[in-house]
Ligand binder design. Structure first.
Ligand SMILES: Nc1nc2c(ncn2[C@@H]2O[C@H](COP(=O)(O)OP(=O)(O)OP(=O)(O)O)[C@@H](O)[C@H]2O)c(=O)[nH]1
Ligand SMILES: Nc1nc2c(ncn2[C@@H]2O[C@H](COP(=O)(O)OP(=O)(O)OP(=O)(O)O)[C@@H](O)[C@H]2O)c(=O)[nH]1
Ligand SMILES: [Mg+2]
Ligand SMILES: [Mg+2]
Lengths: 291, 274
């Protein structure tokens, strides 16, 4: 992986394996390559590399007896620090607090809604899930079936034809019945679909959510910045959930989305099952991205 | 064009950047741009046009539409890919396309795992006006495939399209299951499945190459569909896939509606890429 490559490069540097401002470029080039191969966005890589350079030059890595180890530590620490503080918590403001899930088609929103509900139930909360996707065939049924599996109540859509109507009524029912968390699953949509992004804004108005979470596929490539920024600019995100991390994707989209929106990654999806949700660990993700 | 002012070296770097940001990948981008440097008169406009032509030429080699040979009845298509890429939706689009061509179609609800997967396919079957063979949730996908193919043979149906559950290429047990489904079909009809269609999401990064390689290793991929090209992602990952695996790219998905499926066109794709 990157560690071995860097050790090899630094060992071969003129000046007998010491880093200087003159030869740091070849080492940075290798880090840049690793990040691009890990799907980190091109522009994000540029910015990150300049940060690393600054840190490396500033930290007297150049005077170190083990520059390779020092340098790798600088890179990994900077990556983990950028990815975020550990365990960014969920906020529960509102009566009842609402968590709204949004994102591109197929990213894992419906499954993640059930995973979050199960997690919260396990922590002693009383969640209510709301299937507000009327576009995709059998989407409502999908969330209903998942909710049955985890024994969490699901709003009965009962022939309603409008997500606005569903959200309004679900919130009313949740208040009356005393659920303490409402999780709203929305239809997948493109950030460039103005009409659907307007619909999402409208749903947010009704729900006044405590959390607006972007559910994004961790194998997303360069487009991760456009997607994250698109959703953030339209509805304002409070966090990101990255799914399908049980794959062998390096997950550079994590860095892209974090840097381009400044929003925290709160959870990761690690399986198709309803217990497949874990808290996000920046240091582990850093190691995975670097490869 | 992506080229403005600057030296030749800068121009080449900018072209490389354009390819990398389209998900073509670092190695492939530098190789393609590197090949451009060879013997031509330095001219910025020519450089960009030569890149387009180079990519179009590369992709032309895998521009091969799905043709159902007359006399192959039923023609069996197995649809595969990782989770959420658009397999079921693509099957719905294909079913309607074949039906409007006057072909009879049967769908096999081979995703017996995911919640409401069978019901989702049934709705697409209704839209296309074709029957859906299904078992109960949790059943054996091989048995569904067997039933769908057997039914098609008996009725002399033109096309069978088998839906399968999304699965990560890294999950050995799931990949073995896919191999087993293929075997079941193959035992029933020695030349089937006639098409193993891999569905790839256009917004996927370099992992799509791993997906293509592994699905190809396990069951052999004979065609690719790249979906969600109506988004902002360029789908450049199909360039290294085309270069390394030479698998035909059959269709592109450009939306969630039943008609949002187009035949792959190398020139158009190359134009949109940069
Ligand atoms: N392996 C794996 N699969 C996942 C994960 N999260 C979701 N999936 C799968 O990804 C696919 C898509 O999940 P959905 O929940 O339907 O995605 P969605 O965002 O609701 O899709 P749309 O509503 O169509 O936009 C399904 O096959 C899920 O089982 C994960 O963390 N790991
Ligand atoms: N915008 C857009 N959305 C698409 C396209 N193809 C499929 N989708 C959407 O992507 C989401 C996932 O599609 P599915 O057909 O359920 O994907 P799948 O591969 O069968 O998913 P699993 O069976 O869960 O693995 C749905 O919301 C589809 O409407 C496309 O070309 N463009
Ligand atoms: Mg959904
Ligand atoms: Mg499916």
């Amino acid at each position: 992986g990157l560690s071995e490559k860097l050790r090899g490069i630094i060992k071969d540097l003129k000046g007998h394996g010491t880093l200087s401002e003159a030869n740091i470029e070849s080492v940075l080039k290798e880090v840049r390559l690793a990040l691009l191969e890990a799907d980190v966005n091109f522009t994000v890589v540029k910015e990150f590399i300049s940060r690393v350079k600054g840190k490396a030059l500033g930290q007297d890595v150049l005077l170190s007896v083990t520059p390779a180890q020092q340098f790798i530590k600088v890179v990994r620490d900077e990556l983990a620090a950028t990815l975020g503080e550990t365990a960014s918590e969920l906020e529960f403001k509102g009566r009842p607090p609402v968590i709204m899930l949004a994102g591109l088609q197929g990213s894992g929103k419906t499954t993640t809604t059930a995973k979050l509900a199960r997690l919260l139930k396990g922590k002693g909360r009383n969640p209510y899930v709301v299937p507000a996707d009327l576009a995709r065939p059998a989407a409502v049924l999908q969330l209903q079936k998942l909710s049955e599996e985890i024994k969490v109540d699901c709003f009965d859509v009962a022939g309603r034809k409008d997500p606005v109507d569903i959200c309004t009524e679900a919130l009313r029912v949740a208040k009356i019945k005393g659920y303490d968390t409402v999780l709203v699953d929305t239809a997948g949509r493109l950030h460039i679909d103005a009409a659907l992004m307007d619909e999402l804004k409208g749903l947010k108005e009704i729900l006044s959510p405590s959390e607006v979470l972007l559910v994004a596929d961790s194998m997303t490539g360069q487009d991760a910045v456009r997607t994250a920024q698109g959703f953030d600019e339209a509805i304002g995100l409070t966090g990101v959930i990255l799914t399908k991390l049980d794959s062998d994707a390096r997950g550079g989209a994590a860095l892209s989305m974090r840097i381009s929106t400044g929003k925290p990654i709160k959870f990761i999806g690690v399986s198709e099952k309803t217990d497949g949700l874990e808290v996000f660990h920046p240091d582990r993700m850093a190691g995975r991205i670097l490869g | 064009s992506v080229l403005g002012m600057g030296t030749r070296k800068e121009s080449l770097e900018r072209l490389e950047e354009a390819l990398i940001t389209a998900d073509v990948g670092v190695k492939t981008s530098s190789e393609i741009v590197g090949a451009l440097k060879e013997g031509f008169k330095w001219d910025k406009e020519g450089l960009s046009e030569r890149l387009r032509a180079s990519i179009s030429g590369l992709l032309k080699e895998v521009e091969s539409p799905l043709v159902i040979p007359p006399g192959v009845v039923p023609f069996v298509i197995m649809v595969l890919g990782v989770n959420g890429v658009g397999k079921t939706t693509t099957i719905g689009k294909l079913a309607s396309r074949f039906s409007s061509m006057g072909k009879s179609v049967i769908l096999g609800a081979g995703d017996t795992f995911r919640a409401a997967a069978i019901e989702q396919l049934e709705i697409w079957g209704e839209r296309a006006g074709c029957p859906v063979i299904k078992h109960s949730h949790g059943g054996d996908p091989g048995a569904v495939a067997f039933d769908a193919v057997k039914s098609a043979v008996a009725k002399k149906t033109d096309v069978v399209i088998l839906d399968t559950a999304g699965r990560l290429h890294t999950k050995v047990n799931l990949m073995e299951e896919l191999k087993k489904i293929k075997k079941v079909v193959n035992r029933e009809i020695p030349s089937a499945p006639h098409e193993n269609l891999l569905v790839v999401d256009a917004s996927t990064g370099q992992n799509a190459l791993n997906q293509a390689k592994l699905f190809n290793e396990y069951v052999g991929v004979t065609g690719i569909v790249i979906t969600k090209l109506d988004g902002t992602a360029k789908g450049g990952i199909i360039v290294p896939i085309a270069r390394e695996l030479k698998i035909p790219i059959r269709f592109i998905g450009v939306g969630e509606g039943v008609d949002d499926l187009k035949e792959f066109n190398a020139g158009e794709f190359a134009d949109a890429l940069i």
